[in-house]
Ligand binder design. Structure first.
Ligand SMILES: C[S@@+](CC[C@H](N)C(=O)[O-])C[C@H]1O[C@@H](n2cnc3c(N)ncnc32)[C@H](O)[C@@H]1O
Length: 306
């Protein structure tokens, strides 16, 4: 099993227990990272199985490819939002499981050069992938006040979004994550500063990487790629992601409104395996604090689904 300082896999045992229904099946790990989940999966699968590991970040692909040397494994560069175009046509509708372990890896967060961290100053980048054109620099330096405020409010759930957006505009041009941090610190003082910093950095990161749009299309495409009886397992790290996953599993759409067909059956591609999310154990949280915010959900494609 791979568990490097690059990134420690979160809820590994629980996620694999839910994911694996066929030890000779075909699986996709949509968020390969350092390959911890993929390596754990390969350990439990048989000789005829296949695993595709997708990541849009070259550094993650390099790390995972160094960690996993297995002929059953294929690393794929791309965004899981486009999973149906990334995997070969012969596996469409045949996957036994898709795993999504959302967000950024510890490595991405910890490397100041990637611009995700407010602990050490770095360039305002925050792109998880060189496939993206928009950077945090573009967002903070060119978005209108309304746009910035909405992003901080919607994606960061930051109550002082208006004041922080105003401060950012007054301080332009911002060049580093330190400059962005200073804007937040001037508005939010005292014990709440760190939480606001986390919210503002999260919001801009979500905008830069279009994380919620990609999650929506990724969930829909993953459901299509599964075989009947196949499973989708998602680990999310904040309530915006978790809400989309919960609604999609419950109702097949992102508003959560349940629609029924002519015969009174729910029109949803997947059936949730449980309703409340599962969390990491206290033991895991104490050895890997990142797992504290993890919420795991799993759903299965109906056996009679087409
Ligand atoms: C939390 S880490 C996954 C860690 C991995 N499970 C492991 O055990 O090492 C998330 C990874 O998914 C990638 N990622 C996030 N969103 C993605 C997307 N929409 N498409 C492809 N990769 C994505 C990130 O680049 C990062 O490497």
């Amino acid at each position: 099993m791979t568990s490097t300082s690059y990134h420690i896999p979160v809820m590994l045992r629980e996620s694999l227990e839910l994911l694996i229904t066929d030890t000779e099946g075909i699986y996709a790990d949509g968020t390969l990272g350092a390959g911890g989940h993929s390596a754990g999966l390969l350990d439990q699968l048989g000789r005829g199985a296949r695993v595709f590991g997708i990541d849009h970040d070259d550094e993650a692909l390099k790390e995972a490819s160094g960690n996993i040397n297995d002929s059953r494994f294929t690393a794929v560069k791309g965004n899981f939002g486009y999973i149906s175009t990334l995997l070969p046509p012969d596996v469409h509708g045949k996957l036994s499981g898709v795993l999504l372990d959302l967000g950024v890896s510890s490595h991405q967060i910890d490397d100041p050069a990637r611009g995700f961290s407010f602990r050490e100053s770095g360039p305002l980048d925050m792109r998880m992938s060189n496939l993206r054109a928009l950077s945090a620099h573009d967002v903070v330096n060119s978005y209108s006040y309304e746009n910035l405020r909405n992003i901080l409010f919607q994606y960061g759930e930051e109550r002082k979004s208006g004041l922080i957006a105003k401060k950012i505009i007054a301080r332009r041009p911002l060049e580093t994550t330190g400059d962005l941090k200073a804007c937040v610190e001037e508005v939010v003082r005292g014990p709440h500063t760190v939480k606001s910093l986390a919210r503002v950095f999260q919001a801009i990161r979500i905008e830069v990487n279009q994380e919620l749009e990609m999650l929506r299309t990724g969930l829909e495409s993953a459901a299509e790629m599964l075989r009947p009886g196949g499973r989708l397992v998602v680990i999310s790290y904040h309530s915006l992601e978790d809400r989309l996953v919960k609604n999609f599993f419950k109702s097949g759409n992102f508003s959560g409104k349940q629609e029924k067909d002519f015969y009174g059956n729910l029109e949803r591609p997947l059936e949730p395996l449980f309703t409340k999310p599962r969390y990491a154990t206290e033991e895991e949280i104490s050895s890997n604090p990142r797992s504290r915010s993890a919420r795991l959900r799993a759903a299965e494609k109906a056996e009679d689904a087409s």
